[in-house]
Design a protein around this ligand. Sequence first.
Ligand code: MG
Length: 381
Amino acid sequence: MAFSAVIVAAGAGLRAGPGEPKAWRPLAGKPILRWSVEGLLAAGAADIVVVAAEDRLAGLEEALAGLPRWRGTAGGATRAQSVRAGLAALPASQEQPILIHDAARPFVAAEHVERLLAALATADGAIPALPVPDTLKRGDRHVDATVPRDGLWRAQTPQAFRSAPLLAAYAAWPTGEEPTDDAQVLERAGGEVALVPGDPLLMKLTWPEDFAMAEHLAGGRRITRTGFGVDAHRFGPGDAVWLCGVRIPHTHGLVGHSDADCGLHALTDAILGAIGEGDIGQHFPPSDPQWKGAASDRFLAHAAALAAAQGGRVLSVDVTLICERPKIGPHRDAMRTRLAEILALPLRRVSVKATTTEGMGFTGRGEGLMAQAVATVETPA
Ligand code: MG
């Protein structure tokens, strides 16, 4: 779903200690503000208004160099004034949902935005919120009371809103009063605000020590993804089969447009699956004559290259070949070695297994051969 976004970066961030306003401080070599803009662009933002202090507007060009679909506008003395300025800078015909985000939460990602936009199906607004894990006390120098934390939530940003109710709520909000967040403006106007699961990674960089933690996260924020692949080919005339990049003499060959290497095809699909890049048929259509008789190691190498293009790397692979014959055992080490070569992996992270189906089914009757594969791939989150 298309959406617009207002990113508020006009605050001085006095609690963050000396130095530049926090949105402008570098995090892993990029201004924190840029992280937020990139995160919302990656989530599909159609246009973004960045609200910055007047004397910082010129600096936006450098901080956001090369990024599309954003424009800057000057903020006001308070956060609410800055949000109003941002909303005013959106196209007048604005109808798509509006996300309002604090620049100082740099780790916003597509998954956060998806949850929020989905919640707008049944509410005027949606906010990411986390339960409060710590016991809450009220007091000054001594505890006056313990505050029940049932039903209490920590509200984060981005906060998502249907356009019309949000704009109407801001129009009705008294100018002299400062809301603590944007959802409050909608709440006051009687709008319904949905709670969706928040994320510790949406933390707001506030105190000096937050920046060190963010540096650590920015360097190490990667996830492991798993993909699964299956392939089968029919036996036909021939004197050898190709499996996992190894030629094995046999009473038959395998029929296919390429070299019919089931093991490589299943593994290629497993890697493509792990990185969300479709399947082997999309990248190498059987209808394309250039893949006729092609050696399938190039398919696997291509999938690994696509993972690398996402900033990822294949961690480990596991292939199971399902057939009565040929016997896989004598060739297993050669297969592992070849897969390790193609993927530039240590041998210990490459597994090739074999099983029969005890004479049952098409593999049991020797009509064809099947392969299944799992790949784990580490990528940026
Ligand atoms: Mg195939």
